[in-house]
Design a protein around this ligand. Sequence first.
Ligand code: AMP
Length: 110
Amino acid sequence: MNKYDTNNIFAKILRTEIPSDMLYEDEYAASFKDINPQAKIHALIIPKKEYQNISELLDGDKEFLSNFMKSVSKAIKKINVKNEDFQLIANNGENAGQEIFHMHFHLLID
Ligand code: AMP
């Protein structure tokens, strides 16, 4: 895998260099609306750590991973106000459709 590019779009969103429609944020994670929604609600949930994809996250710092997943749960509860069924998807690598190389979950609620 290539080195993490600190100029990727989501890194810029975390640094507030480009705007986002923020839905949830804490010490470990941020969640904002996808710019090109594929469902009624389409949010992205990203870690506040430089991981390019979910493989790196899973192989990385276990304490961070645990805290991040707790934050993912909080973000989902905040965004999914009606407690509907949902999809949580991570594209890992170019051949799987990953376009932005800062790890992210797609949260889709139809
Ligand atoms: P992936 O193909 O899994 O890397 O997903 C990247 C996602 O980021 C796509 O669904 C895009 O619509 C979304 N996206 C790209 N730029 C932005 C942006 N500036 N703000 C919010 N979402 C974005």
